[in-house]
Ligand binder design. Structure first.
Ligand code: PLP
Length: 404
């Protein structure tokens, strides 16, 4: 087991690079990937890191060095992945709601493509016919995921081709001679229940006879990681065991080999990340004590956007008695990170760390209120390396065209 980064190291990084700062731990990423590989060692499986969780090139390079592949949600993520050195065969582009020209660009770059609408599937068939193998993203009508904003497989979701349109898909495949190489379903994020993946596997089981050229079954991402103390994540070893059973059954039934594909984002990078802030002001209001930090939802939006829970610690005063604090940011908008959270006594200037900040943290950040985006630091073998500079004033003006 990889130990978390020590409080001393985090304080040292805060002193060295200033706050707010995102810190990532390379060895933790390696450990998460090793867990996946181990759990699926008995069946042919490919893992594509969902890079939208964190796209820093150094993170991508580290993940590539582990033998992990990469899933992209935009053509620019595809270009970043290629820039980081991923081979085109190991890049997967899972599009949704995009112009066909972007799919053409992905094809010209030679990467794997999943298509999620009948309309683009038809254009694809007309242009490439049987010449470019492609995956189709289906919407299975399964409700799953941490909350509605991150659920993508239910019957009102925009994602994927609704499974009840199978006849139309098959007609298109026939009419344009499409080469369907894979089936894809991503039901959402924060899926703890292994059975959700098994439901998807059942659907694949019934669909395979319709697609004789299918060789990969892509079960998406969405593995849950623990955010709260004592919380359980997805049971990855159990998932590995069950998927292995299904894949063996599939091979036995249909007399050919299938690869299982997965696209974990959060599972790979969430726990490697720490977000360090500094307390600007303490404010008493009735029974509430606000601790206002030098950040806000411009840097970490998950608590406000998803009502996500992030564990917080006051690493400047760890041994002090605990009191309830409401942790807020400095944005001109309500930006509450935590309400009445018991934390070691806070003094102005103390450093508060938010855990599980690797996935969808920096990546969903903005310059709202004209604040700078934080610096990013990667710790490799105990050594801190700056991998993303804090914004400077010029960054706020960079794309502005001055006409007055
Ligand atoms: C976001 C996304 C993922 C990754 O989800 P996580 O919850 O980070 O694992 C995987 N596949 C697709 C298609 C996605 O949109």
């Amino acid at each position: 087991m990889v130990s978390p980064l020590s409080h001393q190291l985090l304080l040292h990084i805060a002193n060295e690079y200033g706050t707010p700062v995102y810190v990532y731990h390379a060895e933790k990423i390696s450990e998460q990937f090793a867990k996946l590989q181990q759990a699926f060692s008995q069946t042919p499986t490919r893992f594509f890191y969902a890079s939208k969780a964190l796209t820093n090139i150094n993170i991508l390079k580290h993940i590539r060095s582990l033998g992990c592949h990469v899933d992209c949600s935009s053509i620019n993520e595809v270009k970043l992945a290629l820039h980081a050195g991923f081979e085109k065969e190991n890049v997967l582009y899972t599009s949704n709601g995009i112009a066909f020209s972007e799919i053409e660009e992905a094809v010209s770059l030679g990467v794997n493509v999943n298509i999620d609408s009948l309309s683009n599937l038809e254009k694809f068939g007309n242009k490439y016919g049987h010449n470019y193998p492609v995956g189709i993203r289906l919407r299975p009508n399964i409700m799953a995921g941490g909350n509605l904003k991150i659920s993508t497989g239910h019957e009102k979701s925009k994602f994927g081709i609704p499974i009840e349109q199978l006849d139309q898909i098959l007609a298109l495949v026939k009419a344009t001679n499409l080469h369907i190489a894979g089936l894809h379903v991503h039901t959402g994020s924060e899926i703890r229940d292994v059975e959700v993946f098994m439901k998807v596997a059942d659907i694949f089981y019934d669909l395979v006879p319709h697609f004789p050229e299918v060789r990969f079954l892509d079960l998406g991402g969405g593995f849950k990681v623990p955010y709260k103390e004592g919380e359980a994540g997805t049971d990855v070893p159990l998932l590995g065991q069950k998927v292995t059973e299904v894949m063996q059954k599939l091979s036995a039934t249909y007399h050919r080999q299938f690869e299982a594909w997965f696209e974990p984002g959060k599972f790979i990078v969430s726990e490697c990340g720490y977000f360090i802030t500094e307390v600007n002001v303490l404010k008493q209001s009735g029974n509430t004590v606000f601790a206002g930090v030098n950040s806000g939802f411009n840097h970490l939006i998950r608590p406000m956007f998803y009502e996500a829970y992030h564990r917080i610690e006051n690493i400047s005063n760890l041994d002090a008695p605990k009191h309830p604090y409401t942790i807020v940011g400095n944005i001109c908008e309500t930006d509450t990170f935590a309400t009445d959270r018991p934390l070691s006594e806070i003094r102005e200037g103390d450093r508060l760390v938010f855990y599980n900040a690797g996935a969808y943290g920096f990546e969903m950040g903005s310059n709202y209120n004209s604040r700078y985006k934080p610096a990013q630091v990667l710790v490799i073998k105990g050594q801190a390396h700056l991998i993303g500079k804090r914004d400077v004033f010029e960054d706020l003006l960079r794309n502005q065209v001055i006409v007055l």
